[in-house]
Each structure stands twice: as C-alpha cells, then as structure tokens.
Write a protein that binds this ligand. Structure first.
Ligand SMILES: *Cc1c(COP(=O)(O)O)cnc(C)c1O
Length: 228
C-alpha cells in the first residue's frame, strides 16, 4: 500500500474518533514511526504530507537524517541510554522517553537550548514496560525544575498488549488524569500539553481519550517485510 493511501484511512479514523469525543482534528498530530522501514519509504511518507517522524534508536535516526533530503520534525520515541544522548540531541525536537533523573541531567547538559521532553509512564503496570509508575510522576516533575533545558511538554505511554478494550481505555484515562494534575500546578517548565499515546492497534481509542500525538508505524508506513 502507498503511504498516502494509508494516511488517508488513518486521518479519517482519527476524524471519526475526534467526532465521538467532541475534539478537533487539529489537536492530534500523526507521528510516522519509521523504525521498520527504509529511507525511501520514509521519504514517501514525507511526500504524502507527514511532517512528524519517529525513530527509537540513534542509529536508525542518524541513518535516516543522512539519507533524507527534507527536514521533518524528529521525535525520539525509544528507550534512551544516557551515553547516547549526545548523538541525538541536536537532531530531535521531541524526546518521548524521559524516565529517570540521570537521563534528564544528561539531556540538560548536552542540549544547546530547551528540549521538549515527554515523561514516559508505565500506566498499564506491565513488568515489561518502561516508564515511571503513575504515582511517581508528580514527584519526578518537581525534581525536573532544576534542569533549565528540560521542558516537560507532555506524557507518553504504551498501552498494554491485550484484546480487552476497556483495559486499554483505562490506561489512557489514567494518563489524561495525570496530565490534568500536572497542568493544574501551572509550572512554567511543565506545560504538559501533549499526550503521546496510541499506536497502530489502539490509536482510535487513544484519540477518544485525549491523545495529541499518535505514533503509528505498521498501519502507516508498514514494516519492511510488508513493504517489499
Ligand atoms: C514501534 C513503536 C511504535 C509504532 O508501533 P506500531 O504498532 O507499528 O504502530 C510506537 N511507539 C513506540 C514507542 C514504538 O517503539
């Protein structure tokens, strides 16, 4: 499938979810997750009109940046090792995986100016998932005050692997509530306007529950085996 065709389908599904939830489409950004696909396929996504791209490894990110002629907005969405911060910091506009103070300290040190960071939250409680426990997030936010190059732009989560829609929905609701708690503190360094949640299998539920950034790989650009 062409990326442009997939994009059209996804946009209409987002529109439908927005309508259900009484939200405006403009509140939802589509991030094309290109980690599975080639630079050519990534270029195709840009030509189809995608502006925001996501990668989860520094190698993948730098390879794409080297091969793509346009300048999209890059989102780093994967677990970030502290020693790799210096490789990516000048290339990304958003980091979605802030999950510990040692990482915040390194981002703060390496960044030339403020970086949009999203705090990764393990809202499902699954052992295998990265991120802070929801009950630890407010304390974490207050600790971030000391790092002048960190802007807490929002929160990010990955929903549990389950067929149970209610469990997925509850996870997204937890995130929305947490966002509200942070916003009510009215901290200059933590506007927390973004909720990065929803992937190929659950983005419509995420949009119904308040997502502002959906991270879509398979359903939008495919994965390498499907693209061939
Ligand atoms: C791979 C990945 C995605 C995209 O997953 P799909 O199911 O292919 O849409 C989204 N978010 C993160 C953090 C990922 O690693």
């Amino acid at each position: 499938m062409k990326v442009s065709e997939n994009l059209e389908v996804i946009q209409s599904q987002i529109a439908e979810a927005c309508k259900k939830a009484n939200r405006s489409n403009e509140e939802v950004k589509i991030i094309a997750v290109t980690k599975y696909v080639s630079a050519e396929r990534t270029q195709e996504a840009i030509e189809a009109g995608v502006v925001n791209l996501g990668e989860n490894r520094d190698e993948g990110l730098l390879e794409k940046i080297g091969q793509i002629k346009d300048k999209p907005i890059w989102h780093f969405i994967g677990t970030l090792q502290t020693r790799k911060v210096k490789n990516i910091i000048d290339h990304v506009t958003y980091i979605h995986s802030l999950d510990r103070l040692s990482l915040a300290k390194e981002i703060n040190k390496r960044a030339a100016s403020k970086v949009n960071c999203l705090i990764q939250v393990n809202a499902s409680g699954e052992e295998s998932k990265h991120g802070l426990e929801p009950e630890d997030v407010l304390d974490f936010v207050s600790e971030l005050k000391q790092y002048s190059n960190i802007l807490v732009s929002g929160l990010m989560t990955m929903a549990p692997n389950t067929e149970d829609e209610q469990v997925i929905r509850d996870c997204f609701k937890t995130m929305k509530n947490l966002q509200g708690e942070i916003q009510s503190l009215k901290l200059d360094y933590a506007p927390c306007n973004e909720l990065s949640m929803g992937m190929s299998n659950d983005f419509q539920i995420a949009v119904e529950e308040g997502s502002t950034m959906v991270r879509i790989g398979t359903a939008l650009v495919g994965n390498e085996s499907e693209v061939q």
